[in-house]
Design a protein around this ligand. Structure first.
Ligand code: RB5
Length: 150
């Protein structure tokens, strides 16, 4: 199950991606907001990130004007690896190498068709583990303050 969330700037793209996921028969929940009224991206970025970090959702996709505010917020939540993507290669590699569990998209940066392609590739790509697992473990050590690899 995928968690979606946005601010006002990302609202329409979130809705479009929701319809796209429906077409692909990929289940999701929209954690808000329910309208495009002006709001603050940390509110909904935090909600989605907590929902993913708790295990309630497998992955999260969040939308704002640039994707930056949402990703900064989500990455403050323990257990979250959120990537802002504006290209397909980074979208795929962020799953294969970095095991990203959240994707942030900027509605003022990427068009809807590119956003759909990024979402598809990001959801289909699988983490490769191996040497990449060791590096992801190192990221998580930085998060916990237990830095034993220097
Ligand atoms: C809202 O104007 C804008 O700041 C927000 O959507 C986002 O782009 C922030 O990173």
């Amino acid at each position: 199950m995928i968690a979606l969330a946005s601010d006002h700037a990302g609202f329409e793209l979130k809705k479009e991606i929701g319809r796209y996921l429906e077409g692909l028969k990929i289940p999701y929940n929209d954690l808000g907001p329910a309208t495009n009224e002006r709001t603050d991206y940390p509110r909904y970025g935090y909600l989605a990130a907590k929902a993913v970090a708790s295990g309630e959702y497998e992955k999260g996709i969040v939308f704002c004007g640039t994707g930056v505010g949402m990703s900064l917020t989500a990455n403050k939540v323990k257990g979250i690896r959120c990537v802002v993507c504006t290209d397909c290669y980074s979208a795929m590699l962020s799953r294969q190498h970095n095991n990203a569990n959240m994707l942030a998209l900027g509605a003022r940066v990427v068009g809807a068709d590119l956003a759909k392609l990024i979402v598809k590739l990001w959801l289909e790509a699988e983490f490769e583990g191996g040497r990449h697992q060791q590096r992801v473990d190192m990221i998580m050590k930085v998060e916990s303050g237990n830095i034993d690899f220097l």
